[in-house]
Write a protein that binds this ligand. Structure first.
Ligand code: SAM
Ligand code: SF4
Length: 423
């Protein structure tokens, strides 16, 4: 979400003559687009902020802006720690960026539900894959989470505006679109989420993804859409957070483990090969060994294709911040380490099941680790590397999976292989 917000900012700034450069030492403007989800992300920002102070001493015209969730949450703290900051604006006030820059020093952190009606011309990082916001904010107030306080109440973009943005991306030749929202299942404007998906499915975009779905609002209609609509990719990110019902309750997640599992079963009954990924938090206040073991059991039982796992991080202003039973960092680290190593084995096993299968891969460019190889993703969102035989970036090719690794798959262009063997 932050990456796409940055794309929107760059789009707006290019209208007033700015362009992005690689080296901050040559910049006239540096924007920190911050994340407040965990303390670590916030700390990283503060340490980077210290570095640009030196640049400002060298270049008197340099302006520093702080955007994103830390800007929204901690504007006083930012000015206290770094009085050299010129502008502070929150996620709901991105569109004001050019106005702010016309002032000497300014702040824009007021609530702005009209953000959903803004039309942004994002300057996208990729010309193959695009993010598209379909809604802003969140109403869920999970007890650990800062997002509802920084991104405001949930509001959906009108479907006509989303559809015209995607039509435009299709015209430009984009192959993949990911619809973005904190809880896409609760998208509701003039139409609901499943109807939106049906309308989007009609355009010439090969791959549609969406993130994130909330297990509480996961419906049979959505499962049906996933199995029927051609453009929807066979992958869903469905954050479980914990396998313990008492922790889920105190997290205010609105579902039990049994209800979560029921959704997974319905999904897998209809789409046995669907990839499912999740988010897990360990060390939530009050998490006993028994609660934690329920999460371990859940991972073994469900066998996710991948997980993002985090140590619970105290966020001031949230309900969980005040809760008794805070867990020591040592225990959180132990629990996280075990869960990550368990999941590595499960992911490897799931990847192994794909050996010898043929997968559609969207080629994204040279591999980051080996320039003789190309890298892309399957519809299930797994990274695949193939030998570079001049496949065009942005093309969709059939790939035979030769070897599973823990975090990726090795393959070969199956069309090329067939052509070679028939010669
Ligand atoms: N809206 C999405 C949802 O409900 O699944 C995800 C939003 S959040 C940006 C991504 C993940 O960060 C959450 O699923 C959760 O696992 C994690 N997270 C949020 N707040 C956290 C906290 N205080 N400590 C640790 N992890 C946290
Ligand atoms: Fe945070 Fe929960 Fe909203 Fe996700 S659904 S953004 S975890 S409050």
């Amino acid at each position: 979400m932050n990456i796409h917000d940055s794309e929107k900012m760059i789009g707006l700034l290019s209208e007033s003559g700015y362009s992005a450069i690689a080296n901050p030492e040559n910049a006239d403007l540096i924007i920190f687009n911050t994340c407040a989800i965990r303390a670590k992300a916030e700390q990283k920002f503060y340490s980077q902020l210290g570095r640009v102070k030196i640049l400002k001493r060298k270049n008197k015209n340099l302006k520093i802006a702080v955007a994103g969730c830390v800007a929204q949450d901690a504007r006083e703290r930012i000015f206290q720690k770094a009085p050299f900051v010129d502008y502070i604006f929150g996620p709901q006030n991105i569109h004001k960026i050019n106005d702010l820059l016309s002032k000497n020093q300014d702040i824009a952190t007021e609530e702005n539900r009209d953000i959903a009606f803004e039309e942004f011309t994002a300057r996208r990082q990729s010309n193959i894959k695009a993010w598209v916001s379909i809604m802003y904010g969140c109403n869920n107030f999970c007890s650990y989470c800062i997002v509802p306080y920084t991104r405001g109440r949930e509001i959906s973009r009108p479907s006509s505006s989303i559809i015209s943005e995607i039509k435009d991306l299709a015209r430009q030749g984009y192959q993949e679109v990911t619809l973005l929202g904190q809880n896409v299942n609760s998208y509701r404007s003039d139409i609901g989420f499943v109807d939106l998906l049906k309308q989007i499915d009609a355009f010439a975009i090969n791959r549609i993804r969406f993130v994130t779905s909330h297990p509480r609002d996961f419906s049979v209609d959505l499962i049906h859409a996933l199995s029927k609509l051609q453009s929807l990719c066979g992958h869903i990110h469905l954050p479980l957070q914990s396998g313990s019902d008492s922790i889920l309750k105190s997290m205010n997640r609105g579902y039990t483990y049994k209800e979560y599992i029921k959704g997974i079963e319905l999904l897998r009954n209809r789409m046995p090969n669907i990839a499912i990924t999740t988010d897990i938090i360990v060390g939530f206040p009050g998490e006993t060994d028994e609660d934690y073991l329920y999460t371990v059991k859940a991972l073994k039982e469900i066998e996710f294709d991948g997980i993002f796992a985090f140590k619970y991080s105290k966020r001031k202003g949230t309900k969980a911040f005040e809760m008794s039973g805070q867990i020591t960092d040592h225990i959180k680290s132990e629990r996280l380490t075990y869960i990550l190593s368990l999941q590595e084995e499960i992911t490897y096993k799931k990847n192994k099941e794909l050996e010898e299968s043929v997968q559609e891969v969207l080629i994204e460019g040279p591999s980051q680790t080996d320039t003789l190889m190309l890298s892309g993703r399957t519809r299930s969102n797994k990274i695949v590397t193939i030998p570079n035989s001049s496949e065009v970036t942005g093309s969709l090719i059939p790939v035979r999976i030769l070897k599973a690794r823990r975090h990726s798959l090795d393959g070969i262009n199956a069309a090329l292989e067939t052509a070679l063997t028939s010669e």
